[in-house]
Design a protein around this ligand. Structure first.
Ligand SMILES: Cc1ncc(COP(=O)(O)O)c(C=O)c1O
Length: 378
């Protein structure tokens, strides 16, 4: 898995100990070439570069779709997940009797913020508590679903514990009650084999700068194909029209997920991200998951040998990519390790977040724990 040729494709690995792909995947060297290719098309073709860029966006939708198990036409891109979530929330009528949204107390904060700014529209937000402060059983959600439930918003992987939520049982009960499900796959896509189609979810979102090694600005929205054309986007613009350069006098949304792409597309981010997606497909998500688990076992063992608490589920099937290690002064430790070019991160309620990706070697995890020992002794 960690052959030198593969590691050479990520220059940061040669001058740092990189254990932070759950937060920012390493930059592929080929991204630099593709960004240059983008500039060359802009410079050589000028305004006619759109003739290349519009089909390029369709290629990007198809490529990303292979990772998350979706047809390209069901995918829209935007700069970030927050915008895409707002776009989805805009398709609901919060003044109706079906106005409840279920959301975990452990979810990444931006999803909660997107909901809370809608207070006053009639929306009723229900915070779903976790029994252990780390994870969720699907019944935490299913027990609260009823005829008033409009939407269940779930993170597939929890950012502050790495717990995995079992999606299909939630989708099944939600659909029995006429509710919809949105899953945030930011913490798992590219590292954990998944298929939004097999899950049967209505919406999925995520971004490219973590496990997908694609850099910021290339977030995606999946819409269940049979819903395409039935939803009325409220965030809208001319590039979401059926004919992108048709300049029709009235609103004529594309009949696929491009109807959610508003105005001018973020072409440079997509050029950078496509290299990351292609690399993930080349290496393969299943082998990536196996290697990530292997490295996670080492992290858990070394942390436990030092008496540190693991704030992630211990069972492999219940844990995503990073291991959360409870330790006092986690943020300070993160900064001290950073000075030694050992890159990981920390979060409140969690401690240190440490992970390996397909390019990580065991010796790097060992180096991290040796450096941690020296810091603790000081
Ligand atoms: C689960 C999850 N969702 C969303 C985001 C980011 O949201 P946005 O793209 O709006 O910055 C993150 C972290 O960057 C995340 O971990």
């Amino acid at each position: 898995m960690t052959q030198p040729t593969l590691r050479n494709k990520f220059p940061i690995l040669s001058h740092s100990t990189y254990l932070v792909s759950h937060s920012m995947g390493a930059a592929p060297l080929d991204s630099r070439e593709r960004i240059l290719e983008y500039w060359n098309s802009w410079n050589d073709l000028g305004i006619t570069a759109w003739d290349r860029w519009v089909p390029f966006v369709d290629d990007c939708r198809a490529t990303l779709g292979k990772i998350i198990g979706a047809p390209g036409r069901a995918i829209a891109f935007h700069q970030n997940v927050s915008t895409l979530v707002h776009s989805v929330l805009g398709t609901f009528d919060w003044s109706s009797s079906r106005n409840e949204v279920l959301i975990s107390e452990l979810t990444f904060p931006t999803l909660k913020y997107c909901l809370e700014v809608l207070k006053g529209t009639g929306i009723h937000i229900i915070r779903v508590p976790s029994r252990d402060g780390i994870s969720h059983d699907s019944s935490d959600f299913t027990s609260l679903i009823n005829a008033r439930t409009a939407l269940i918003m779930i993170d597939h992987g929890i950012y502050r514990s790495s717990a995995i939520i079992d999606i299909p049982p939630i989708v099944q009960v939600a659909h029995q009650h006429g509710a919809r499900v949105l899953v945030d796959t930011y913490q798992t896509a590219g590292m954990y084999p998944l298929s939004v189609t097999d899950w049967g979810v209505d919406f999925a979102v995520g971004g490219s700068h973590k496990w997908l090694c694609g850099g910021p600005g290339a977030s995606y929205l999946y819409i269940r194909p049979d819903l395409l054309g039935t939803l009325k986007p409220q965030l809208y613009g001319w590039m979401a029209q059926r004919e992108v350069f048709g300049f029709a006098p009235d609103v004529q949304p594309a009949d696929d997920a491009r109807a959610f792409m508003t105005g001018t597309f973020g072409i440079p981010s997509l050029y950078a991200a496509k290299v990351g997606w292609e690399t993930i497909l080349e290496v393969g998500v299943t082998p990536i998951r196996q290697h990530v688990l292997h490295i996670s076992h080492q992290i858990i063992r070394l942390a436990q040998e030092r008496g540190l608490k693991i704030n992630s589920p211990l069972k492999d099937e219940a844990r995503g990519g990073q291991v959360c290690v409870g330790i006092d002064n986690a943020h300070k430790i993160e900064l001290l390790l950073g000075k030694e070019k050992i890159l990981l991160d920390s979060r409140p309620y969690c401690g240190l977040r440490i992970s390996g990706h397909f390019y990580t070697e065991e010796r790097e995890v060992l180096a991290c724990f040796n450096a941690l020992d020296s810091i603790i002794k000081r």
